[in-house]
Write a protein that binds this ligand. Structure first.
Ligand code: ADP
Ligand code: MG
Length: 246
């Protein structure tokens, strides 16, 4: 579904992404891990079009999307959530998701009068999927941090993506919230066949969720393989021990 081929991105002289390669197969959960500053967020910005690479190619569904602007990448079926929540704090949870469902319908041109009920049904369905239906009428700005991050995922789902890209979905969460969020990620994959790419600096979180793990270090891909292979890999162990020493 997604192939990132030897992508590079510098900020001035600093090589934030310096040879990243990634494969995401349809229906899988793929995790990108690496210490803070490894280049994970920059890589996601390159994939989703917030940044364009200096070198390398990004292929989605067999088509070159390298350097397409974000709205075009989104229109192809890639939705992302950000490491920093991206919501309308004064609107209700329901409205936040409805806006996203609405824009999906506008782009596919099926917005006509009876669509009103359709929008409500679809919005409720998404809230139900993520476990926020009971908070539909809550003002988003008053949600707990964990619920806010879940709302972000719901907003991303409003666009009916085929590939969901999540930047540290559990950052700042309590252990319970983390468990709930990763349970949701698993469900979206297993029950709905959604393809998911997420990044995470905590190795423990990813090992029981991801089918495939790509390890980034200093902007470069060290390895992409199964959790078992990654766990055994010497270079990965050294990169993480090195990071802990620092
Ligand atoms: P990660 O998400 O793995 O923690 P990032 O992709 O955010 O890493 O950052 C990788 C490196 O690139 C960091 O050293 C960061 O300071 C640097 N960086 C990221 N964005 C910019 C930018 N816009 N300008 C300059 N440096 C940046
Ligand atoms: Mg990051």
């Amino acid at each position: 579904m997604l192939a990132v081929q030897d992508v590079h991105k510098s900020f001035g002289d600093f090589k934030a992404v310096n040879g990243a390669t990634l494969q995401v197969e349809k229906g899988r959960i793929v995790a990108v891990i690496g210490p803070n500053g490894a280049g994970k967020t920059t890589l996601f910005n390159l994939i989703c079009g917030q940044l364009s690479p200096d070198k390398g190619r990004i292929i989605f569904d067999g088509q070159d999307i390298t350097a397409l602007p974000p709205h075009k990448v989104c229109r192809r079926g890639v939705a992302r959530s950000f490491q920093i929540a991206n919501i309308f704090p004064r609107l209700t949870v329901f409205k936040n998701v409805q806006v996203s469902v609405l824009s999906q319908h506008q782009k596919s041109g099926v917005l006509f009068k009876p669509a009103d009920q359709l929008l409500i049904d679809e919005t409720e369905k998404i809230l139900d999927r993520v476990g926020l239906l009971d908070k539909a009428q809550v003002i988003a700005g008053s949600l707990s941090h964990g619920d806010l991050r879940i709302l972000e995922i719901a907003i991303a789902l409003g666009g009916s993506p085929r590939l969901l890209v999540l930047d540290e979905p559990t950052a700042g969460m309590s252990p319970d919230e983390t468990k709930r969020t990763m349970g949701l990620v698993k469900d979206l994959s297993q029950k709905e066949g959604l393809t998911i790419l997420f990044c995470e600096h905590d190795m423990d979180i990813v090992f029981n969720v991801a089918h495939s793990i790509m390890v980034m270090h200093h902007g470069r891909t060290l390895i992409q393989s199964s959790p078992e292979e990654v766990r055994k890999n010497k270079e990965v162990q050294e990169a993480y021990l090195g990071a802990e020493d620092a």
